[in-house]
Write a protein that binds this ligand. Structure first.
Ligand code: NAI
Ligand code: MG
Length: 485
């Protein structure tokens, strides 16, 4: 059955001011299926005119119904949207799997995470508040948490639903009106999300979705003078551009730009427990995960043992179409495949220890890459330094705790890190010294944990999404000082 027949909206439309409509120019873009290279459907090629219309609708919503919603009412509409997301688990999983090329089980986990974000933020809506402050005699001083206004959300293709949950979910909780620019490579669940929010009773203009390219729709949103906050997840290069555009309008930005996250394994670790976390955090979503653990640092005394155990897992990895639900699916696009292969062509000095297998029935036109596990004795090697965004891990030996910290912190990035050790004092020392926005002790959560503030340091970006912390980022604080004598 054609995709369009499954959906209650036209895939080539934008969602603006509570309605589905074609882009002003009428332009469309093909949406490709990463599993076979075929065209799935057309999507709108939004540009500055559509972004303008979306921003106008968002501004108007703040002055009408949406702006008058109480915190309780905002929470309830988010809860209803979350319930509709759960009711549509099968459809949303199928859409995400098809569009992103993500194995169905992984896509289902993303739908469940989106519903959980909405549940969390729905419950938080009427529990985030200002404070009263002690001040001079005769004064009463208090703070108000207010929305920024119109917030712009430019999201990537790797986890559309999870990123909508953490970004749009938190922004709506605080009463902002959102303009969402999903990625041109995968945007069907973003569109479906807008439809579900509409059905749940979200007022017109509170959420607008304009698909299109980064260069046209994304840049128009990032530089728009009536947008008061920008949240971006994607490449460092585009993050830099967006921050400079936002600087021109003096608005805050949240940037989540990926990383080269390490898992550090000491000789006293429970290797059996660690093993699935070590491998899964590298190959989840074919390695196209901002918080992928692409570097595994292992104490020399257990290096060979652990490398062999990981190699065995790699040999069992099958790569194939998303619908067949193997461990690994295709990469999102031919250009991402090319990008990954160009990294892999620079693997001299590294030892290829094991690879996974592309299944025979994988269609020619799909963007398949064999997962690769490398032994790497040089932590400054390009494959140990740069974000590859493919199913590739390097395993690096270290001798002492100091060395482990130096290697772990020795990239431009700092998103997530983990330490595996039974030594409690070492756990605490490592957690303090690792340069990252999140540190896991004896576990690893690539993208997990709705409740847990998330974001980077260094080139991984700044600002925090997820958890309660995100609600502070998506609001601004007003101090009121009353002199009453
Ligand atoms: P990208 O940064 O170009 O795309 C992310 C989003 O930004 C998309 O919605 C895109 O349309 C938009 N965009 C692109 N150019 C823009 C511009 N000039 N102004 C405003 N918006 C713009 O990332 P791409 O090309 O898809 O992937 C390249 C690399 O970026 C990946 O290999 C990976 O290393 C990194 N990346 C990191 C992600 C993360 O989760 N942190 C997600 C996606 C990519
Ligand atoms: Mg790009």
């Amino acid at each position: 059955m054609s995709l369009q027949n499954l959906l209650p909206f036209n895939t080539s439309h934008c969602f603006i001011d509570g309605e589905w409509r074609p882009s002003v120019s009428g332009g469309v873009l093909p949406l490709l299926n990463p599993s076979d290279g075929d065209i799935l459907c057309e999507i709108a090629a939004g540009d500055a005119d559509d972004i303008n219309a979306a921003v106008r609708a968002a501004s108007a919503a703040l002055d009408s119904d949406w702006g008058r919603f109480t915190a309780l009412e905002r929470g309830r509409v988010l809860a209803r949207t979350g319930a509709l997301v759960s009711e549509n688990l099968d459809l949303l999983s199928e859409l995400e799997a098809t569009d992103v090329g993500k194995p169905v089980t992984q896509a289902r986990a993303d739908v469940i995470a989106l519903a959980r974000y909405l549940e969390f933020y729905a419950g938080a809506a009427d529990k985030v508040h200002g404070e009263t402050l002690p001040y001079l005699d005769g004064y009463t001083v208090y703070t108000l948490r207010e929305p920024h206004g119109v917030t712009g959300h430019i999201i990537p293709w790797n986890y559309p639903m999870q990123i909508i949950g953490r970004s749009v979910g938190a922004a709506l909780t605080m009463g902002n009106a959102c303009v969402l620019k999903p990625a041109e490579d995968a945007c069907l669940t973003a569109l479906m999300f807008a439809e579900l929010a509409r059905q749940a009773g979200l007022p017109a203009g509170a959420l607008n979705v304009v698909p299109g390219t980064g260069e046209r729709a994304g840049a128009a949103l990032a530089s728009h003078k009536e947008v008061q906050h920008i949240s971006f997840t994607g490449s460092v290069k585009v993050g830099e551009l967006i921050q400079s555009q936002a600087a021109g309008n003096v608005v805050p930005v949240t940037l989540e730009l990926g990383g080269k996250s390490p898992q550090v394994v000491f000789e006293d670790a429970d290797i059996e427990a660690a093993l699935p976390f070590l491998v899964n955090a590298g190959i989840q979503n074919a390695g196209q995960t901002c918080s992928a653990a692409s570097r595994i640092l292992v104490q020399k005394t257990i290096y060979n043992e652990l490398l062999n155990a990981m190699a065995e897992k790699y040999r069992g990895l099958r790569v194939g179409p998303a619908a067949d639900d193997y461990e690994v699916g295709p990469l999102i696009s031919a250009s991402q495949k090319q990008r990954v292969e160009s990294y892999l062509s620079q693997d001299d000095q590294l030892q290829l220890v094991a690879s996974g297998v592309i299944v025979n029935k994988a269609p020619e036109g799909g963007n398949y890459v064999e997962p690769r596990l490398y032994a790497c004795s040089d932590a400054s090697h390009i494959l140990a330094q740069q974000e590859i965004f493919g199913p590739v891990q390097v395993v690096i030996p270290f001798e002492t705790e100091e060395q482990a910290v130096a290697i772990a912190n020795g990239t431009e990035f700092g998103l997530v890190a983990s330490v595996w050790t039974a030594n409690g004092a070492r756990q605490m020392r490592m957690a303090k010294q690792l340069r990252a926005g999140q540190v896991f002790i004896n576990n690893y959560g690539a993208g997990g944990g709705v409740e847990l503030p998330f974001g980077g340091v260094g080139k991984s970006g700044h600002g925090r999404e997820k958890g309660f912390e995100a609600l502070y980022g998506f609001s601004t604080l007003k101090t009121v000082a009353a002199l009453h004598g």
